[in-house]
Design a protein around this ligand. Sequence first.
Ligand code: SF4
Ligand code: SF4
Length: 345
Amino acid sequence: MKTSSRLKSYYREFKFLAKGVISTEHPILAHIIPMRRCNLACGYCNEYDDVSKPVPTEEMFRRIDKLAELGNTAIIISGGEPLMHPELEKLIARIRQHGMLAAMITNGYLLTQERIQALNAAGLEYMQISIDNINPDDISKKSLKVLDKKLVWLSELADFKVNINSVVGGGIKSPQDALTIGKRAVELGLSSSIGIIHDGLGTLTPLQGVERDVYFQMKNLGKKGHTRVNGFQKNLVDGKPNNWRCRAGARYLYICEDGLVHYCSQQRGYPGKPLAEYTREDIKREYDTKKKCASYCTIACVHQVGAFDNWRKPQTLASKGMVKSTSVKAIKNFYQIERSYSSFD
Ligand code: SF4
Ligand code: SF4
């Protein structure tokens, strides 16, 4: 990333933070899905299909315009696989025309040198690529072996920030691969992060054994300033709840391919209202609504957005959202067994 682009990006991020702190009456971050279809089929994923068509560009423009009208400050484009949308670059340019930050999450398979240049020209500011293992297996094909060449191109050509996210949990065969992937990202001058795979409701399955060791080694990589490890994850790894206020539906919006607003990818159906009809009253209501699933939630971007408001007024409206009673029980059992792990930092 060039120095001038980096400085501009710092300035825009500062404006983004300042706007988020000053007022609570607008969304900070929205996730949009222009393409539910994916070119891969990861075993743990519930966010894709293999049939749907791209959402028409004009309809995506209407959604982006509406988010700008609500005062939203940043948009993440994901899917499915957003690079499968034939006019992805036009969507990014539309986001930038409104002055919003433009980011995307991709599996990276469809990146070419030309496509990276096109994303530069459109004004993309941040890309996250998820890589789960070194060699493809039955659970995940998002492999360093396949994607390494694309990472090299990104390190040479991208004017936007690139973060490589690897995950632990969920039965991935070689959890130690996450560490190799993190180190390779750092070697190429990219940033890295680690996520914990959630269950179908966005809550966690606690980490044990090798997965747990890998998580803490990634954390040490983070102490050298290269890997972003989210503070909330430490409690989850230990099977402990987080005490925070999920402001999904207000400060964070997940807009599905049908144009409905949901709390997040894992709590679809709440509130399930069309974005076109979403108002500041909806934002105020959801700001004050407790989320049942918050204690063991693993959704990093909503936790990050929550940091803007955790210190502000408590949520007073009745809880919404779903939790699996079995997963809460499993976490409680895990915590009983693991209490003696106090030597971990
Ligand atoms: S690449 Fe991403 S969206 Fe596609 S199946 Fe895998 S996890 Fe799901
Ligand atoms: S706490 Fe919020 S972000 Fe997390 S699963 Fe529930 S609704 Fe989604």
